[in-house]
Design a protein around this ligand. Structure first.
Ligand SMILES: Nc1ncnc2c1ncn2[C@@H]1O[C@H](COP(=O)(O)OP(=O)(O)OP(=O)(O)O)[C@@H](O)[C@H]1O
Ligand SMILES: [Mg+2]
Length: 594
């Protein structure tokens, strides 16, 4: 079954309580649940039957020495155990089928929800924590569903059937047992509440540990470069220790119900032995009746104990349900309007109309006015942290403007379909991001329908073809296989090839050539120049030589456009741009003199 977020969303709209929403997932698998229940009934029935059969075995075979029974009873026992085995298998199979399906369903929905959330979500949530939601929490929920259903059906029925057997055999003794049992349940309820609290702590601590592992493994180069192995080791040990304490607390809370149960069981059995034994000696009951009763009481112990554990699994699961549904309830803060306009694929103008923007507190862009005609190259320069990347991030709606509006042609991008806006834009981002797949597929990410020729042509234009061909497996080389072998420049060129292949009318190059040496930058620049033809392009570059030819240069400082114009006119203004240019020029001179 394919997860259907639409259906789920409708449902979640009506049902506010997160716990009840889980029923939606359970309901999808009614048939399998029904089968599982059938099998459980079989198990409960045969368990009770095996307790009952002790009476005829003892009384008829051993006391009365009835030969005909000697033939029949073993066959009856074989049949009972056959059904029991069959039922156990079926119950395991169907319950796990339902449990695993629910896991899959939730996992898929979580991924679907998370991947659709806006970029700001990924900057605020830790990757490891999110991973833990999809792996750990979902499994905890599965355990809860399986144990709740299994225990509440199989064990409940086993209890009912066994109780029937004990009442049938010796009703007076059964009555006494019934007074004692409810007393046993009280402490269990109390421990259950504690389990829930502690288990939330455990899962959160586990998520934090995951996130820590992810960071220190992925960023291992920095850990090593700064000689921080000891530091990270100690931080890990502290977290690991905290997890240990929390887990132990959970174990204590979970197992405290055991001593209570065991003591009560001991008292109960001792009493039955004393009371029943004396009646058998007096001849009130046969040995068979008494032993059958005792066996049923002993058999009762397991399912009753499971019922008490049920509460623990339930509390643990409910805590995980809260966390999982908390994420499923998240909405992307980039929303598409109803009846959103489709932007058609053609050349576009891009206009910023009094745009201001803030991530959270401070405005990082203030009153940006800008108009890029079709086919124009707009260069953004300025000091680090000025807001260049933030500005271009607004065009594909990674974030929404706080004030003002951005137009592609005459369409406010908030009125357009997000998909159609992003289809118009190819980006080479500041940090080269490649996925663990073949080089070919990394380039094809730009256009999954591209032919092999197109992919190779894109690689050629990005001046990546030669070094890719140099790898033993060429385009089929996995990025992961290369480890960290790709240089910064090589990564950038693969990213450029990917963007070239997308062949979109708006191009955003955020320091796309910063990691290349001057010579390859000139080559790639040529390729980019070709690519920019007829496309509206935003180029961010620190090297001013790359922006000199731009149709319009914007100098961005502290979130404002402080200067704009063409290269030559900006130089004559003797302002920020001229300053930046002079600085770079003198640096180059110094280098050359050396
Ligand atoms: N995700 C974010 N959340 C909060 N603040 C951010 C975020 N990204 C950037 N900023 C802040 O916004 C400001 C502008 O950053 P931006 O990345 O746009 O600068 P930039 O001009 O691209 O700098 P650089 O040349 O170093 O790439 C900075 O002060 C930065 O700290
Ligand atoms: Mg930047």
């Amino acid at each position: 079954m394919i997860p259907n977020s639409q259906l789920y969303l409708k449902y979640s709209h009506y049902v506010q309580e997160k716990h009840k929403r889980l029923l939606y997932f359970i309901k999808q698998y009614r048939l399998q649940l029904f089968m599982a229940m059938g099998c459980m009934l079989l198990v409960s029935g045969s368990t009770a039957a095996s307790a009952y059969l002790i009476k005829p075995v003892l009384d008829d075979i051993f006391v009365k020495k009835d030969i005909s029974m000697l033939g029949m009873l073993p066959i009856a026992i074989i049949i009972v155990y056959f059904f029991r085995g069959f039922g156990l298998y079926g119950q395991e199979y169907f319950m796990n089928f339902v449990g695993q399906r629910i896991i899959r369903h939730l996992r898929d929905l979580l991924y679907e929800t998370i991947i659709g959330l806006s970029l700001s979500f990924f900057y605020t949530e830790k990757t490891g924590v999110l991973m833990s939601r999809i792996t750990n929490d979902v499994s905890v929920i599965k355990n809860m569903v399986s144990s709740v259903v299994t225990t509440s059906i199989r064990d409940c029925f086993t209890i009912v059937f066994l109780v029937f057997v004990i009442f049938y055999q010796i009703w007076e003794l059964a009555l006494i047992a019934f007074v004692v049992l409810p007393v046993a349940f009280y402490p269990i309820l109390i421990f259950g509440r504690k389990v829930r609290r502690v288990s939330t702590g455990c899962q959160e601590s586990m998520a934090e540990l995951n996130s820590f592992l992810y960071e220190t493994f992925a960023g291992n180069k920095i850990v090593k470069a700064f000689g921080m192995e000891e530091y990270e080791k100690n931080r890990f040990f502290i977290k690991s220790e905290r997890l240990f304490h929390l887990e132990m607390k959970a174990v204590i809370a979970k197992s405290l119900s055991s001593p209570v149960m065991e003591c009560l069981a001991g008292v109960g059995i001792a009493f039955i032995l004393w009371f029943g034994g004396s009646r058998v000696i007096q001849g009130t009951y046969t040995v068979g009746t008494y032993i059958s009763f005792l066996a049923a009481v002993i058999m009762l112990y397991e399912p009753v104990k499971k019922m008490t554990k049920l509460n623990n699994a339930l509390q643990e699961g409910l805590a995980a349900v809260d966390r999982v549904f908390d994420i499923l309830d998240r909405k992307s803060n980039i929303q598409e309007k109803e009846n959103a306009v489709e932007i058609l694929r053609k050349s576009h103008t891009v206009t910023f109309d009094h745009v201001s923007f803030k991530y959270d507190q401070d405005e990082v862009l203030k009153d940006i006015q800008l108009h890029a005609c079709t086919g124009e190259v707009i260069a953004l320069v300025g000091p680090s942290g000025g807001g260049k990347t933030s500005l271009v991030n607004l065009i594909p709606r990674f974030y929404d403007v706080t004030q003002g509006a951005i137009y592609i042609d005459d369409i406010d991008i908030r009125n357009a379909s997000i998909d159609s806006v992003r289809k118009q834009i190819a980006i080479v981002s500041q940090e080269p991001i490649l996925f663990n797949d073949t080089i070919r597929n990394n380039i094809a990410y730009g256009n999954l329908n591209a032919s092999e020729e197109d992919i190779e042509a894109a690689a050629r234009s990005a001046y990546a073809f030669d070094f890719i061909k140099g790898f033993p497996k060429g385009f089929q080389t996995f990025i992961g296989e290369l480890g960290n072998r790709l240089s910064g420049g090589e990564k950038q060129r693969i990213c450029i090839a990917r963007a070239l292949l997308k062949n979109a009318p708006i191009l955003i190059l955020d320091e796309a050539t910063s990691a290349l040496d001057t010579e390859s930058e000139m080559l790639v620049q040529k390729a980019l120049d070709n690519l920019m033809q007829g496309r509206t392009t935003f180029v961010i570059a620190h090297r001013l030589s790359t922006v000199a030819k731009a149709d319009l240069i914007l100098v961005i400082k502290d979130g404002r456009i402080v200067e704009q114009g063409k290269h030559d006119s900006l130089l004559t203004q003797h302002g920020e741009y001229a300053k930046l240019y002079a600085l770079q020029f003198s640096n180059t001179n110094i280098k050359e003199k050396r």
